[in-house]
Write a protein that binds this ligand. Sequence first.
Ligand code: AHR
Length: 614
Amino acid sequence: YTITVDPSARGAEIDDTMYGVFFEDINRAADGGLYAELVQNRSFEYSTADNGSYTPLTSWTVDGTAEVVDDDGRLNDRNRNYLSLAAGSSVANAGYNTGIRVEAGKRYDFSVWARTPGRGTLTVALRDAAGTLASTRQVAVRGDWTKYTATFTATRTSNRGRLAVGTTTDAALDMVSLFPRDTYRNQPNGLRRDLAEKIEALDPAFVRFPGGCLVNTGSMEDYSESSGWQRKRSYQWKDTIGPVEERATNANFWGYNQSYGLGYYEYFRFAEDIGAMPLPVVPALVTGCGQNRATDDEALLQRHIQDTLDLIEFANGPATSTWGKVRAEMGHPRPFRLTHLAVGNEENLPDAFFARFQRFRAAIEAEYPDITVVSNSGPDDTGTTFDRLWQLNRDTGVEMVDEHYYNSPQWFLQNNDRYDDYDRGGPQVFLGEYASQGNAFKNALAEAAFMTGLERNADVVKLASYAPLLANEDYVQWRPDMIWFNNRASWGSANYEVQKLFMTNVGDRVVPSTATTTPDVSGPITGAVGLSTWATSAAYDDVRVTAADGATLLTDDFSGDASRWTHTGTGSWTVRDGEYVQTDTAAENTMVTAGDPAWHDYDLHVRATKKSGN
Ligand code: AHR
């Protein structure tokens, strides 16, 4: 190869805002993830409408008599269920993953809303199977709904903690909460420090949120303004602000319940803290993501358009404006400096979506001409760049289009030139979601190669974010993901390292280069790269993978769980005697760590017995 670089030639200017992150509450990225709350189902609102396996007591165990009630004695209209706990009884919460994680010496803030007929005492304990994890607290309670608090200092570290609340009197309980004092930037109602800091370390220029497919659906039905599916509230920003006990919970597109404890105020605050511009996505009332429905309710559509204008006022308005005042009362008098806002996500009905998008766009541009209103290009734009929605976007002079694709690493290598011939007179590109299918090093490498193509075309590709960002390893709806975690640890994938490399080294402009030849990327990417192992069971009888220190693969985190590994090819692996063993005769099999905690640390060994004749 000869690569020729002409330092005096000028390629595209690269905006500082080129790379950001896309946060969606998928894989328990919010509750049980970035949102630092340690109690699961704190307000007893889990419902079978949100997930067939849920009950209002999911994650709770009862000792004695307790019942979840929805009646006039409720805490408020948006937090309808509460726990009726009989005198002498107690309940315990199991948190997420293996339980509530506490660290010796660290402080934890407990709070609960309680209503009792007379005086009584709540006994609040943190413990695991081995005993107490902190001194037990006695909380005196009396009378109508009141918020009570207590603080623990953990005396032991545990990943399997339980928060138990007992009562000496009949008591109604709601919003049973436990937060680590040590949140990101020590903020109240804050974020899990390790996850927030891993995102911050990417130095993102923007945060797209809250979805994704999540924006379009929900189960909550407390508005009487519409009927049928339209009555179920999608992800709407006004539901997610204000005191947390007044935020109704809602079904999440990804099959679980979301508390909205991490809501629009917290998203804006986080974006500001990490120096990123906020980029919210609002539902267009055309349900994308395979659902093919568009609202025919004019009043509902009008309300959503007004809500979007109110959102801009909430973010940017003076503290004296209606919604700016709400922001100020929540603790942020200064504006959040919103400049971009997206309407809709992966819309399946191009014409129906676009008609409604134009209504949002016209209303926003009339009142806020400086806001960039981002459209989208449908579910997946890997086939053609001139599909119907792109055409509508071009024809009407839309400023920016959000497009998404998830493809093989090979596709990413083969499409490095995707934007070379893009129409420079058309909409700018926001590559809001992309990933090659895997967390192996080869995937990260293919993405890195592709990103050089994004930068070469930085005059038209203005924003780009890998997706999804976060995954709790015990609640996975989608893989690969950039950052993995459980209740006690988090770790970046190889893809994370590539993103970090690019995001923390954004150039000012492209220096054009030419090469005498380009690599042949027509065939499959095979072979072992990085920590991946590769074995051909046509040639080997018995392929085993062990960690160098033998025991490491069978720690608490790993035992028996072959699903932590992803395999490409047709073979399968099982865990036997501390080793991962290939169990069939697939011709070729690549086994890679799927975001396991030791991506950086394991020194894996492969042992294979050659078949006779090979
Ligand atoms: O990133 C996961 C999902 O992929 C998003 O919710 C959606 O927009 C896309 O289909």
